[in-house]
Design a binder for this molecule. Structure first.
Ligand code: BTN
Length: 262
């Protein structure tokens, strides 16, 4: 697959592109580039893998990607982001909105969802994930993986009934460059609205929130689990749960599960 690098550079905010036929993890490569030192004029930098072989998810999770998946990382200049360091997780929520907007435009009849904090859902299954990482005091890496032309028929058993891919849903191949360009354009749009745009975040997120009004269990590290009904997210990006002890704002849960049986 040859990516349309010319279009990517001319139609999006990306200044530089590093494209690989095969790569372990685009986030790992992006962090490596950050550690080597990236001049601000190369940012935002896009790291693209036609085939990612050791993709990582949040925590210790791995990210399955086969031929046809869309896997990339965008390295953002932290100084250009109008967000303090403790608010950087919001970038994952904004990236989720960017992906959701791209999908809604192309699949207006299909239910598109976001599961706080970093999952993209289509028809109740996980289609994509977002992994934000930061190089110590340096740039912010936004890693996005979407199942596009990789059929779930090739996926490990445990994903067969929980994950989705666009080509399986629509029974036709997708143009990955086109999808990528749209996600990047929407991401730029989401980021340029900061910080004022955060006041709209709860309303805009609620349109897609698959946890809304559901009873969920948010696990915080190994020790603590908070159960409550999801009332949406706050302008600071936390998940709001109505628990038996009142309203709780969850910031850094490791996993969030729906535990009602609706
Ligand atoms: C998750 O669901 O836990 C997040 C998955 C993020 C996967 C993407 S694929 C591109 C980038 N490179 C990685 O190694 N991971 C992210």
């Amino acid at each position: 697959m040859s990516w349309n690098v010319g279009r990517i550079k001319s139609e999006t905010f990306v200044k530089d592109v590093e494209s690989h036929a095969r790569l372990g993890s685009t986030n790992d490569r992006a962090l490596e580039l950050c550690a080597m030192g990236l001049p601000p004029e190369r940012l935002p930098l896009l790291v693209l893998a036609d085939r990612q072989t050791a993709g990582r998810g949040r925590g210790t999770h791995r990210w399955w990607s086969a031929d046809g998946a869309l896997t990339f990382s965008v390295v953002l200049d932290r100084n250009q982001l109008a967000l303090p360091a403790d608010r950087l997780p919001i970038v994952a929520l904004l990236a989720g909105l960017a992906v959701a907007r791209t999908l809604v435009d192309r699949l207006p009849e299909v239910p598109i969802g976001l599961k706080w904090p970093n999952d993209v859902w289509v028809m109740g299954r996980k289609l994509g994930g977002i992994l934000i990482e930061t190089a110590a005091d340096g740039p912010v890496v936004v890693g996005i993986g979407l199942n596009v032309n990789n059929s779930l028929a090739q996926a490990p058993d445990e994903l067969q009934h929980t994950a989705a891919s666009l080509s399986d849903i629509t029974e036709q191949p997708w143009d990955r460059s086109d999808l990528l360009i749209s996600v990047l354009q929407n991401l730029e749009d989401e980021l340029k609205g900061l910080p004022e745009g955060l006041t709209q975040l709860p309303r805009r997120w609620s349109r897609f929130c698959v946890l809304q009004d559901r009873m969920v269990a948010a696990q915080m590290g190994r020790e603590q689990t908070i159960c409550g009904v999801c009332c949406g997210i706050s302008a600071s990006g936390s998940l709001i749960l109505l628990t038996e002890h009142g309203e709780r704002h969850v910031h850094g849960a490791t996993t969030v599960r729906i535990i009602d049986d609706r």
